[in-house]
Design a binder for this molecule. Structure first.
Ligand code: FAD
Length: 463
């Protein structure tokens, strides 16, 4: 079914005559996507300003113990805490796979470095800081500056309004014009909450994993954790060490439930929730019923672009950002508006590196895009194939099965080499290990041959 979801990849359109032009480009966000975008734009000869509302680069990878005032994140007036990292988080991809292609994520000898193959989050932040220094990105980042408005003007340029985040008069008074805007604002900040029948009368506490940092608040509690993705797995195991009971409700748990999780005395797996009651009860579709003190929603995030004004041309509909050609360009505004980093179930840094190379080359005119009509036809074909395969809109940017086809298409489009064979194999092996060795996959592996191949490649880039 998923293979029908593969978008149709038309043929290459690389111009032969050099007619390159340099643009003034605003990049929103200095996480991994914004950093690599700034680098690729600069390499292509564009003038770049990166807007970053925090005081440092790294985005998601800037861990903070702070949480938001509304633990489920539905109050639109809450002060946003960007990162969703929890204290114990270790990466879920091998570091060889995870890094940018020409700036590999290798172990650097320095005090406090974390040489593990699946290091803790601090190591990733250090890596991104090194990247920013290496490619001189910090000099073009406006730190502590939040973008509040992006909209197209009559003269064809983009208005970008921003403010110093700490000057809290709430007005985005600094207005500027840019030839193009690249949106790299991340998509793991705005919580998505499951609809639960009866939740209005359920008396317990609720929190979204965006606001989960450490297990302590769950001590001696009966916890209902909703979700089945990577964070849900990590957090449920961590909470089980202190909680009275942990009940995991997962859409994918279809047979044999309810069941005790092997290796645990106090963790149970259930399928979906039927309803919750005013007595604190939770009933599941598998027929079981429990009492819970806290619901922990590990139910993912929503794409959110509160600053973007396109008169309804670009929308977020059931977590589909669209219409977008190849998840990057809205045809009506291409190439002056683009998005980097929307796809999920992917290797994010590598994919963003290729997306941003493509954007930079299209903006300079080195690579041309299809006509608006052809881009729209491509998008329509993609959406129709999803509908025909009964794939919900919210999976539009899920590239589980075709990310490497997509990466290689991008690479071909801008004249880069396709994904390395070792990267593909390592990714699939690590994904399989995560399923079969969910407790230990970060510390047990048998693909040392691929690690050797990766390092044979890395010597090209490491001085
Ligand atoms: P972000 O890192 O979120 O950066 C966006 C930036 O935009 C932020 O700095 C933010 O402050 C800024 N910004 C937002 N709005 C504005 C505005 N209006 N004005 C100015 N600035 C703004 N990926 C992996 O490769 N490996 C992993 O192991 C892994 N684990 C993860 C675990 C968790 C819990 C989460 C949430 C994500 C994980 N990811 C992992 C995915 C990770 O998010 C991506 O790898 C990547 O860091 C995303 O980068 P980004 O630049 O797209 O977004």
């Amino acid at each position: 079914i998923i293979s029908l979801n593969k978008p149709y990849f038309p043929t290459l359109h690389i111009k032969t005559m050099p007619q390159y032009s340099s643009k003034n480009v605003a990049v929103i966000g200095a996480g991994s996507a914004g950093l690599v975008t700034a680098r690729e734009l600069q390499r292509e000869g564009h003038n770049v300003v990166v807007f970053e509302r925090e005081n440092q680069v790294g985005g998601t990878w800037v861990y903070t113990p702070d949480t938001e005032s509304d633990p489920v994140g539905t109050d639109p007036t809450r002060e946003i805490v960007h990162s969703s990292l929890y204290s114990s988080l270790r990466v879920n991809l091998p570091r060889e796979v995870m890094g940018f292609r020409d700036y590999p994520f290798v172990v650097k000898k320095r005090p406090g470095s974390d040489p593990r193959r699946y290091p803790g989050h601090r190591e990733v932040l250090d890596y991104l800081n090194d990247f920013a220094v290496e490619f001189g990105i910090n000099g073009v980042v406006r730190f502590g500056v939040e973008v509040g408005y992006v909209g197209k003007m009559e003269n064809g340029k983009w208005k970008v309004s921003s403010r110093k985040r700490k000057n809290d008069d709430g007005v985005f008074s600094n207005e500027e014009e840019y030839d193009a805007v690249v949106i790299c604002n991340g998509h793991y900040t705005e919580p998505r909450i499951a609809d639960i029948p009866g939740i209005e009368v359920w008396p317990g506490k609720q929190i979204h994993s965006h606001n989960y940092r450490v297990p302590d608040p769950f001590r001696d509690q009966a916890v209902l954790l909703i979700g089945g993705a990577a964070s849900a797995t990590d957090i449920s195991r961590e909470i089980a060490e202190v909680a009275k009971e942990v009940h995991i409700s997962s859409r994918s748990a279809t047979s044999g439930v309810p069941m005790k999780l092997p290796g645990y005395d106090n963790v149970w797996l259930h399928n979906m929730i039927e309803a919750v009651g005013s007595d604190g009860s939770v009933s599941f579709r598998d027929g079981s019923k429990i009492l819970a003190d806290i619901i922990l929603h590990c139910t993912g995030y929503k794409y959110h672009f509160p600053f973007l004004e396109t008169n309804g041309i670009v929308t977020v509909d059931d977590n589909r950002v669209g219409p977008l050609y190849k998840h990057v360009f809205p045809p009506a505004f291409a190439p002056s508006l683009s998005f980097v980093g929307l796809p999920w179930k992917v290797i994010p840094f590598f994919l963003c590196e290729l997306q941003s190379k493509w954007i930079a080359a299209v903006l300079s005119g080195r690579v041309s895009l299809l006509s608006k009509e052809d881009m729209n036809a491509d998008i329509e074909a993609f959406y129709s194939s999803m509908t025909a395969s009964c794939i919900p809109k919210r999976y539009t940017h899920n590239m589980n099965d075709y990310q490497f086809d997509y990466d290689d298409w991008l690479a071909a489009e801008c004249g880069s080499a396709p994904s390395e064979e070792w990267r593909k194999q390592m990714y699939f092996i690590s994904r399989q290990n995560k399923k079969t060795l969910s407790e230990t996959y970060r510390d047990e592996w048998d693909d040392n041959d691929l690690i050797i191949q990766a390092y044979e490649d890395f010597v090209k880039y490491i001085p």
